[in-house]
Design a protein around this ligand. Structure first.
Ligand code: ATP
Ligand code: MG
Length: 253
């Protein structure tokens, strides 16, 4: 129906996610790529998702974000069936770092804060926590237009005024992933989904990101799709997918 449920402004307060016998096929006639996915993710739980290429890992994100509609079953967040709410309502409440994050033409600031609602302090803090800038590199580089400020302004490649070309082409994939992580920090959502978010960064950076996630997102529910098992070894539970089916869902070792 066209009448959409409008969940409370605070939804989701806990961040539980329920997949209830979910089947998904990308088009009628194509085989199911999720088959009877039936899992409950507790509030604030950190779930690592792994499985071979084509197993359906990214499709879990597709289903949550409703980029493709599921064929049967239900997906609920804090007990609300996500197919009954508007796409904007839904998507504004999830933070997603996809395999290949897209940035928008503008600046790092407009990418982090498109509606210009937040202070530089808060935005710089997110850049710092995501590891894009070192602690000492945050001085200057504010709105100032006078020469003086520009001169002593931020020489860091990742300051708030750094230009972002169309789709973020002027940044490497790993850098775009870090900017997407900073955006997630700014958005402060209850649910964070990362798809191989650290696949293109070096081991040291991956470790830093995982530390950030542990410290900064402790109150969030996290689904993290990862190829490096090491990345998700300290997660609460690991979901192993095999050809669209759950083959394991348990604590690591
Ligand atoms: P990878 O590790 O390579 O990222 P994955 O586990 O994320 O793999 P998915 O992207 O979820 O795999 O794909 C699961 C299956 O769905 C694959 O067989 C894939 O070919 C198919 N698939 C994915 N996206 C689409 C699409 N947009 N249209 C049709 N089929 C798709
Ligand atoms: Mg994938």
């Amino acid at each position: 129906s066209d009448i959409k449920l409008i969940p409370g402004k605070e939804w989701p307060t806990a961040g539980s996610i329920q997949f209830n016998h979910v089947y998904l096929s990308y088009r009628p006639g194509l085989p199911y790529v999720l088959k009877d996915l039936d899992i409950f993710v507790k509030p604030s739980e950190k779930i690592g998702i792994c499985g071979r290429t084509g197993a359906g890992k990214s499709t879990i994100m597709t289903a949550l974000y409703r980029l493709s509609e599921i064929s049967s079953g239900t997906v609920s967040i804090d007990g609300i069936n996500i197919s009954e709410i508007g796409l904007f309502e839904l998507r504004s409440k999830l933070s997603i770092i996809p395999q290949d994050p897209v940035l928008f033409k503008g600046t790092i600031r407009t990418n982090l804060d498109p509606f210009n609602e937040l202070s530089d302090d808060k935005l710089n803090d997110a850049l710092r926590r995501s590891g894009l800038i070192e602690n000492s590199n945050v001085e200057g580089g504010t709105e100032g237009t006078n020469g003086d400020e520009i001169e002593k302004g931020n020489t860091n490649k990742f300051n708030l005024d750094s230009l972002v070309e169309d789709e973020g082409d002027n940044f490497s994939l790993g850098e775009r992933q870090l900017i997407a992580l900073a955006r997630a920090l700014v958005r402060d959502s209850k649910i964070l989904i990362m798809d191989e978010a650290t696949s293109s960064v070096d081991y040291e950076t991956d470790f830093k990101i995982q530390e950030t996630i542990k410290n900064e997102f402790s109150h969030c529910t996290i689904l993290c799709i990862a190829h490096r098992l090491k990345t998700i070894l300290n997660y609460d539970r690991i979901l192993v997918l095999d050809k669209g089916e759950v083959s394991e869902f348990d604590t690591p070792i």
